[in-house]
Write a protein that binds this ligand. Sequence first.
Ligand code: ATP
Ligand code: MG
Length: 230
Amino acid sequence: MIPFANQPVVQVLNTDVYQLGEKQVLENINFAIQKGEFVYLIGRTGSGKSSLLKTLYADLSLVKGSVQIAGYELNSIRRKDIPFLRRKLGIVFQDFQLFMDRNIAQNLEFVLKATGWTDSMKMKTRIAEVLIRVGLSGEMNKMPHQLSGGEQQRVVIARALLNDPEILLADEPTGNLDPEVSEDIMRLFLSINKSGMSVLMATHDFDLIRKFPQRMLRCENGKVVERDYL
Ligand code: ATP
Ligand code: MG
């Protein structure tokens, strides 16, 4: 399924978001994200940011509405297609979820193999490319514990870039980092975005938003609304 060039990367229509156990979190939401857009997702704790992101990457199932993302319609997506959808999405969490007993190159190689890569030269090249992209070209033989929190988050971003996704979905990617390191990570997201990749980033970090203003969507009272102020 190849999306048309002018189609939004994400289109959410009349959609409800449900957590596990049928708890409704968001109701009748509507928004679109265009190719190359950078969008913050804000809102109080418990307002539904993570639940919305999980719905977008098909971790929570779509109960009502229509979600198109990266060329897939989540209404009709089959379970066996979900791994292919995920290759078109770069997912970045606050907690890094790296394998602590494998070095950086092995962490990235694991994902490539799991997503169908077989040629070891091509894998090596791709790993080098994404590590250069995030400013970590010299660290591929280090173990995760030998890296700082900011560096580990860069590895996670490199991992998200491996399959050249259409959009990065980031859930509080700077939540565990101190302010200076958070700004560096934000600059990295912005430079990736500049090269044409869309980004949807859930964050609580108002200092970051003030410093790097971008379009904002806010979860509030079970809705998602466009906001142009904090
Ligand atoms: P935070 O800013 O704290 O990360 P959030 O905006 O990401 O909050 P969600 O985690 O999406 O909010 O939570 C939305 C609602 O869903 C809350 O009422 C929460 O209690 C509920 N919820 C979250 N995770 C689960 C789960 N695994 N099972 C059931 N309910 C959940
Ligand atoms: Mg959350």
